[in-house]
Design a protein around this ligand. Sequence first.
Ligand SMILES: [Zn+2]
Length: 221
Amino acid sequence: MKSYQIMFNQELISYDVYFKNMKSIRIRVKEGRIQVSAPYYTPISFIEENLYKYQDKLLPQLKKYVPYAIYQNQGYVMIYEKKYTLSVRDVQIMKCQIHEDVLYVYHSRIQDCVEMYLKKILMDYLQEKIIEYLAYDFDLDMPLIEIKKYKGRWGSCFYKDNKVTFNLSLIHLPKDLIDYVIVHELAHFLQANHSHLFYQEIEKRMPDYKQRQKRLKEIHI
Ligand SMILES: [Zn+2]
């Protein structure tokens, strides 16, 4: 992969080019960045010609992207859809604290420090919610819960190990979507595959699961 820059409306925009064994070029926007796939030896001038041609489509897509977190002093992080400004007070302690809508970070390794904190908040929520679901909706043993940084999945169920794992990025979402992921993973203890029966088990416990599932699909991680 190689990165280049192009001027769109007097704004310098970075883009990545992946040279591949393919016949024509492909342009897309992912996580607020233009990605071009092009056949080997495609001249950059030809790629830029195409980028200019589609700039009216690309620019709105670039502007639309709002990251869940910017890990720097006076950056921010979204927790359950609410925005907290990061305020770094480096005393070399891996600790964070929320006061109103400011999240104080006490270490210079900002991202590590905040993620440790987010993991703890999410774990507390998952535990509490899973205990509740087991008490009322599922006749299961308490599973082992793990939180990971996944790309492209919200959770996993390892039913043979009585373990469920969840994506740390869930912490940025509204709670009703997190709840859908919880019910989804717990339902895998009843039905391993995404069969009709599996979704029936979900629907019994969460009648509006379809709209939650749809909203979740629109979020790319
Ligand atoms: Zn599943």
